[in-house]
Design a protein. Structure first.
Length: 255
């Protein structure tokens, strides 16, 4: 009989499962013990849910999934590795460009492909589904747990530098109440001032200019090289030695 360890090994190596293994894996997932969600894993989950992540229910239990452009495959794989280091079984897959095209507002949009991370199905993810969806995804009161790693994941997912005035966080998928919670948690947890800006008929968050560099200092130790384009010219204001020292102090525990 195929074991959980054998299947997990194939999934880690991105080896497709055969029919019998798929059935066995489905049964194993439904009876798997509840995962321990570590503090680092929770920050990756929270940051992803603020950005491009989703919690999907599969029958009784749930999983976390996140998609990124194929040009951000390094970043998607980085998140997969972070969660695997915290004991969560992950599947990583890439779909090459030219797979499909679509239309948005009457314009033809070419799909440049995607890189995807998918966790195992586990009861541990159910609470995130219950907290974040009612029925659409909104920000729960538990957002007060947001820490620098989660903030960095959120920014790498949905943030952008805006010179010379500040930085944006694309929160247009959330309602006004959620926006207010995010403004409050940025102020209370990080001493960063953000304002709600109208973007057509939606709202986004804007980190004000006076706090932009403080905000970027907080998240930089968790930002991989391929995502430093989101820092603009600020990415070059620290020497390699300064960055390595800060990274060791704040980020060493999850390297």
């Amino acid at each position: 009989m195929v074991t959980r360890e054998q299947i997990e090994a194939k999934l880690r190596d991105n080896i497709p499962l055969i029919k019998g293994e798929k059935i066995a894996w489905s049964n194993i997932r439904r009876t798997a013990p509840e995962l321990e969600i570590t503090p680092n894993a929770e920050q990756v989950i929270i940051g992803s849910l603020l950005g491009d992540g989703s919690i999907i229910r599969k029958r009784t239990n749930c999983l976390l999934t996140f998609n990124h452009s194929l040009t951000q495959a390094d970043y998607a794989f980085y998140k997969v590795n972070l969660l695997q280091k915290e004991g969560i079984t992950m599947r990583y897959e890439e779909m090459p460009h030219s797979y499909r095209q679509g239309c948005i507002n009457g314009r033809l949009i070419k799909d440049n492909g995607y890189a995807r991370g998918i966790t195992e199905v586990n009861v541990a993810f159910n609470k995130y589904r219950d907290e974040w969806y009612s029925p659409n995804k909104q920000v729960p009161d538990s957002i007060i747990k947001l820490a620098p790693l989660g903030l960095a994941i959120w920014y790498m997912d949905d943030g952008a530098i805006h010179y010379p005035t500040g930085a944006y966080l694309s929160t247009n998928g959330f309602n006004h109440e959620s926006q207010l919670k995010l403004v409050e948690v940025l102020r209370n947890n990080f001493d960063v001032t953000a304002r709600i800006h109208k973007n057509k008929d939606k709202e986004i968050l804007f980190v004000v200019q006076k706090d932009r560099d403080k905000f970027l200092d907080i998240i930089r130790p968790y930002v991989i090289g391929s995502m430093l384009y989101k820092f603009g010219s600020y990415a070059n204001t620290m020497t390699d030695e300064e960055y390595k020292e800060l990274e060791l102090e704040l980020f060493g525990s999850i390297n």
